[in-house]
Design a protein around this ligand. Structure first.
Ligand SMILES: [Fe+2]
Ligand SMILES: [Fe+2]
Length: 295
């Protein structure tokens, strides 16, 4: 495939700027144990997601950076900004996870599950890591979109923690095309069928793992709250798939990944980013030491 036809498949907006917003959240406070809607179920879902982020995001960075040689200058700049954003996300979610531990949760078995999933890909071709990262970045982007578009998800949350999740969602939307464009560059000589086959296969495997492991994680955290058996299952499934039902709500966007002309930027949802940037007063933040980009 020529460079010209590669450009045709990437629809990342020319005027997109990926801006790392080096922010810190909730450092001076104790996060309530049930920080979301005073609900162990809703809290467990987000805590289970956050437990996976520090290791997961480090894996995304490595997977994408392994294909830097395939990128042009524009994409290289985006990979650099992506890396900086993900490094800061990891830092903030590590701090958040520490507060969850201080609130009484033990996240070690959830973190072990991430290690086991990553071990499955060890020693395999790097393109599989990139395809898995691309699938998970699609997941995070569509969940981020839903989180910002529908205030119900973070209603009655601890304010600093809600800010953490919204900030993270903004940046996930902003860099949602980076893994995909890196994939397009890395597989530019592949046939469309070969590309579709591998990216779809990895999406199916990643989805199965994601749903299974996050459900286990939620059940484990509920167990630590003394909620077990049928009550735990019904409550966990209801939060994920019923109401607010964030996984159900992203179903259509998830499926679009398999369509022939899919690209994360087929939907330009930067209005959600502008909405947050306009309402959040960055000037309230004291100046911080800049995070060095690893790129
Ligand atoms: Fe992130
Ligand atoms: Fe990301």
């Amino acid at each position: 495939m020529s460079v010209a036809s590669l450009e045709r498949v990437s629809v990342t907006p020319d005027d997109l700027t990926i801006t790392p917003r080096d922010r810190r959240f909730g450092r001076e406070e104790r996060t309530p144990r049930w920080w979301l809607n005073n609900s162990p179920y809703e809290t467990a879902l987000y805590n289970a997601l956050s437990a996976t982020f520090p290791k997961g995001e480090a894996y995304f960075i490595e997977s994408i950076r392994a294909f830097r040689e395939a990128a042009d200058d524009k994409l290289l700049g985006e990979i650099k900004a992506f890396t900086t954003q993900e490094v800061i996300h990891s830092r903030e979610h590590s701090a958040f996870n520490k507060r969850a531990v201080e609130a009484g949760y033990d996240l070690s078995s959830l973190e072990r599950t991430v290690d086991e999933s990553l071990a499955l890909l060890k020693g395999r071709p790097a393109i599989l890591d990139l395809a898995a990262t691309m699938a998970l970045e699609h997941f995070t982007a569509i969940i981020a979109h839903e989180l910002l578009a529908n205030p119900r998800h973070l209603a009655n949350a601890d304010p600093a923690t809600a800010d953490l999740w919204r900030w993270h969602a903004v940046e996930e939307i902003e860099h949602k095309g980076v893994a995909y464009d890196t994939w397009l560059a890395a597989t530019k000589d592949w046939s469309r069928w070969k590309r579709w086959k591998l990216k779809s296969l990895l999406m199916v495997l990643v989805t199965r793992n994601f749903v299974q492991h996050r459900t286990q994680g939620v059940l484990e955290l509920l167990r630590q709250d003394g909620i077990t058996g049928l009550r735990a299952w019904v409550g966990a499934l209801w939060v994920m798939w019923g109401r607010p039902g964030i996984f159900r709500k992203v179903g259509k966007a998830w499926f679009q990944y398999f369509l022939p002309r899919f690209h994360p930027w087929n939907e330009d949802d930067r209005a959600l980013i502008r909405g947050w940037d306009a309402t959040y007063d960055y000037r309230q933040e004291p100046p911080r030491k800049r995070v060095r980009s690893a790129a």
